[in-house]
Design a protein around this ligand. Sequence first.
Ligand code: IMO
Ligand code: MG
Length: 486
Amino acid sequence: MMTKTSKGQTAPSTRPPGSAPAPGSSPGSNTASNTAVGVADGASAARKLTQQGHGAIIGLQWGDEGKGQIVDVLTENYDLVVRYNGGANAGHTVQIGDQKFALHLVPSGILNPKAVNVVANGVVVDPAAIRQEMTGLRERGVAVGANLKISDRAHVVLPYHKLQDKLMEKALGADRGGEQMIGTTGRGIGPCYADKAQRGTALRMGDLLTGEELHKKLGHIVSVKNVMLGALAQAVGEAFEPFDAAKLYAEFAEHGRTLREHICDTTELLHSAMEGGRRILFEGANACLLDVDHGTYPFVTSSNCSSLGIYAGAAMPGGKVGTIIGVVKVYTSRVGGGPMPTELKDDLGEQIRKTGNEYGTTTGRPRRCGWLDLLAVRYAAKISGITALACTGLSVLASLPKLKVCVGYRWQGQELKAFPADANVLAQVEPVYQEMEGFGGPVDQCRSQADLPAAARRYLKLIEEYTGVPVVIGCVGRRRDQILWR
Ligand code: IMO
Ligand code: MG
């Protein structure tokens, strides 16, 4: 069934059994038309796309799909933009004219003067990092005041979380030649979520405002952390300077005083906004294949980054989110450890990395690059209930004469029907590729999907047919005018 075709036809046989419905059979209840190409007016296309309930934007690969750009272009249709998961491990780049903004904790809606931006309870907040980001935005003329709210229930990342992150990676690095290393961003994300589950060693943003209570809690937590981290540091041969509870108290009480006007009960805020008929956009950080429950565990991050995280991470009852836009880069990138079946370890991978500027926004690390993996994307779209796709990075593939798209996996001589749960299996699968024609030249000047070369349109059609979800947006660059609607 998963045959290689030499010319870029979109053979219907590429849609494996049990996959989403075929094109034209109404893949989602509120999806845009599958056939109408060339809506010239982006604003009305955005309005049409976002009219159903509240909205969400979710990355469908291993991150860095270009979510920030899609959030940015849709925010004017919403009153609030909400981050519900992750922390400063995210790096969302938004380009407005010639100005580039790299956002980590502050929702991308901050660049829209009308939006209220919410860092909800499911996020882990590094107060120093968010303050630095707020200052950087203000220095560039972006207003940050009452338009930024931080949940009092959001957990706090402290310096010992970052040290623990680093020491744990070192400990994993010593095992089996380092193949167990997650390659984290070092932002303390995993240890902070672990403390959230542990409870007795956790702090929430609201705790920063409690004075003596914070002092007491930190005294207890720091004594536990010093014992644990001292032993861990010794085990991996690192020097350890015990944390000083009084110093941490002074530092974090000061963060509390500075952030006080932003810290509030965002659950109440979101629910009264909904009752008042205001519209909410949820901005996913990280991505579906990094989801702690549904991603390539253990090579994942520590939160539910799929749309499933919205419900717990922002106190949002199921059914309220009507438009769930999946962002797919038309090739694959991954940063950190873990399996990536379509990785190109050759010059072609390097060419994609250079053309796509695939270096981390958060850590500057070179990203691993490879062909589009549609089997993985279809799985991600399914678990997130995606109703429309935004395909980014088309211009990066434009100079390649031939393209390949992964449309299946073979493992131990068998074709896999589903995305495997076991990372070791995923590391061993052999991708089944469909070959596609190159686009035949640059696409960055195209201003509608109808302007795209036929081969590029066929490429998008393959994505649509395989996933069963319409491609409503195609991006040929990072600027707002390089977003192609249909
Ligand atoms: P955005 O929002 C790409 C990856 C890390 C590492 C793993 C765990 O920019 O798309 P962590 O520090 O979260 O414990 O690291 O997850 N990772 C990301 N990779 N983009 C991201 O976010 C990521 N967030 C986490 O590289 O492999
Ligand atoms: Mg990133």
